[in-house]
Ligand binder design. Structure first.
Ligand SMILES: [Zn+2]
Length: 467
C-alpha cells in the first residue's frame, strides 16, 4: 500500500506548506531504540494469508523457554516479536530457519529506523551439508572458499559425529532465497580430478520441486509446466535428516568462520548461543582436532527421544493461568517409531498450587495409559521436583506428596509396567502445547493416530531430531 501511494506522489508538484519538513527531535521518539535490540520482525513467506492468531499461539508456546514477551501481527503475514533480552532473541535466530505450516517464517533483527517495507527477507541462515568432499579438503578454510558458491558461511561444525566431517561437511550459511536452491558445488583443483559435491539442507521449509524456489509448492508454481510422469529438477532429497537425539551425542565444538574476521575462532556449544572469543588460543583450538568439552545436561536440554521397541512413551504436561485460576493438562502417546498413538488436552480443576496441575497431568496420563492397555509405558514430564518425589522411597507427608498418592498407587499396581521419568522442556513441547491450548481456549481436544494441527510441527520436529 505505502509503495503504491509513494508512486502516486512521484509526479506531483507540492505546495510550500507540504514541503515544509516536520523536525522530529530525538527525545520525541516514542519507543527507545534499545527496545529493538531484543526484537525481531518476522514474515511468513507464503502465497496464502496465514492465520496470524494461530501462528502467535504456536510460537508463544515454542519460544516459551526463550522468554518471548510478545508477538503481534502488524501487517498481513508480518509480525513484531519481542524477547526478554538480546540473548534470547539471538538464540531463536540461531536455531532457524523456522516455518509455519511448512512455509518459511523468515526472521530479521528489528531496526528502529526501518519501515515494514524496508525488510527484504531474502536471506535464510541454514545448515548446509556438503557431501563427497575429498578428505584433505575437509577443513574450516574450505568454508571461506565456498562463500562464492553457497553464500556467506558463518559457521562450520567440526564435531566428529554431528558435524560428520567424513561423509559430509556441515556449514551454516546465509543463502539467497531469490535464487533456486543450489544443489551441488564442483570443487576443482589443478592437481586432481574435479569433485561433484551434492548439497543437502537441514530444516528446509517448503520449496518448489519445479523451480527450486522457497515459498511455494510445485502445484502453485507459476513457471513450472506440469506434465504427468514428469521428473523434477529438485526434490525431497535436498532435505537432510537431522542428527540423532543429543543424549547420545559426543560433545565438541563448532568452529565459527565469520568472513569479517581474520582468523577462525571456536565457541562452546550452548543453548544461549555462541559467545565468540577471538583470541589466539581459540584460533589454535579450531585448527586442531575438536576437543571434547564437559557439557552438563542442564545446559543442553535433549530433544524428544523415542522409547525402546515395544514400549510406548507418554508425554504429559500441565498449564496454569494464575490470574484466572485456570488449569489444563496435555497428554500425547508415541511409539518407538515416533508414530502418534493418541492423546488429549482438557481443562482441569485447580486444587492447590501450580504444581497440582502437573500432578493432574501425570495422573490423567497414567489413566490414559491403563485405559489403552499398553503393556509397557514410560510417562515423562518436565517437573523434576515431582519426579524426584515419586522416586523417593520414604513417606512424603507434604501437600504435594499427598496429591501424588493416587499416581503412586497406579504406578505400584502396574508392577513395573508403568514408569515415570523426567523430560526437559524441549523434549516435552508437544504435551506443553496441548496443555497450553486447552488452558487458553478452555476447551477439550482428543485424538488417536491423526495428530492435531496445533502440534503437528512439534511432532514433526521431534521425529526429525530423533532418528
Ligand atoms: Zn516454482
Amino acid at each position: 500500500m505505502a509503495d503504491s501511494l509513494l508512486a502516486k506522489l512521484g509526479d506531483l508538484t507540492f505546495t510550500a506548506e507540504e514541503q515544509d519538513a516536520v523536525v522530529v527531535a530525538p527525545d520525541a521518539v516514542a519507543i527507545p531504540a534499545e527496545d529493538f535490540a531484543s526484537s525481531l520482525v518476522g514474515k511468513v513467506v507464503s502465497p496464502p494469508t496465514i492465520d496470524g492468531s494461530r501462528l502467535i499461539r504456536q510460537f508463544r508456546s515454542i519460544w516459551k523457554d526463550d522468554k518471548v514477551l510478545n508477538i503481534s501481527e502488524i501487517n498481513q503475514n508480518f509480525f513484531l516479536i519481542s524477547f526478554a533480552s538480546p540473548a534470547n532473541r539471538a538464540n531463536v535466530l540461531k536455531r532457524g530457519p523456522w516455518d509455519f505450516q511448512k512455509y518459511w517464517f523468515a526472521l530479521e533483527q528489528a531496526d528502529p529506523n526501518r519501515t515494514i517495507h524496508d525488510y527484504s527477507f531474502l536471506h535464510m541462515c541454514i545448515w548446509v551439508r556438503i557431501h563427497n568432499i575429498p578428505l584433505s579438503l575437509m577443513t574450516v578454510a574450505l568454508a571461506r572458499v565456498l562463500r562464492a558458491s553457497i553464500g556467506k558461511v558463518i559457521m562450520t561444525d567440526t564435531r566428529l559425529e554431528d558435524g560428520n566431517m567424513g561423509e559430509f561437511m556441515r556449514v551454516r550459511g546465509l543463502i539467497d532465497t531469490s535464487k533456486p536452491l543450489r544443489r551441488c558445488v564442483v570443487l576443482s583443483r589443478p592437481d586432481a580430478k574435479a569433485s561433484m559435491c551434492p548439497l543437502q539442507y537441514e530444516r528446509l521449509p517448503l520449496f518448489c520441486h519445479g523451480c527450486g524456489l522457497i515459498g511455494h509448492s510445485v502445484l502453485a508454481c507459476p513457471t513450472t509446466t506440469k506434465v504427468e510422469g514428469q521428473k523434477f529438477q529438485y526434490g525431497a532429497w535436498l532435505r537432510a535428516r537431522l542428527p540423532k537425539c543429543s543424549a547420545a551425542r559426543p560433545r565438541g565444538r563448532l568452529s565459527i568462520v565469520d568472513d569479517d574476521l581474520d582468523v577462525p575462532v571456536t565457541v562452546d556449544l550452548a543453548p544461549e548461543g555462541p559467545s565468540v572469543r577471538p583470541d589466539s588460543n581459540a584460533a589454535n583450538a579450531s585448527a586442531s582436532a575438536p576437543e571434547p568439552v564437559p557439557h552438563p545436561a542442564a545446559t543442553d536440554p535433549p530433544r524428544w527421544c523415542p522409547p525402546p521397541a515395544g514400549s510406548v512413551m507418554i508425554n504429559v504436561d500441565g498449564a496454569f493461568l494464575p490470574s484466572a485460576r485456570l488449569g489444563a493438562v496435555g497428554v500425547i502417546a508415541r511409539d518407538s517409531s515416533g508414530a502418534v498413538l493418541g492423546g488429549f488436552a482438557k481443562p482441569v480443576p485447580v486444587r492447590g498450587p501450580a504444581s497440582s496441575v502437573e500432578i493432574s497431568a501425570l495422573f490423567t496420563g497414567l489413566e490414559f495409559t491403563i485405559a489403552n492397555g499398553w503393556p509397557s509405558a514410560l510417562i515423562e514430564f518436565d517437573a523434576a521436583v515431582l519426579v524426584n518425589k515419586l522416586h523417593r522411597p520414604t513417606v512424603d507427608l507434604s501437600l504435594l506428596g499427598d496429591l501424588l498418592a493416587p499416581s503412586r498407587a497406579l504406578i505400584a499396581a502396574s508392577h513395573g509396567c508403568l514408569r515415570v521419568g523426567f523430560a526437559s522442556h524441549s523434549a516435552n513441547t508437544a504435551a506443553h502445547a496441548l496443555a497450553s491450548w486447552a488452558c487458553h481456549n478452555d476447551n477439550v481436544i482428543s485424538f488417536s493416530s491423526v495428530c492435531p494441527e496445533l502440534i503437528s510441527r512439534i511432532v514433526h520436529d521431534d521425529l526429525s531430531s530423533s532418528f
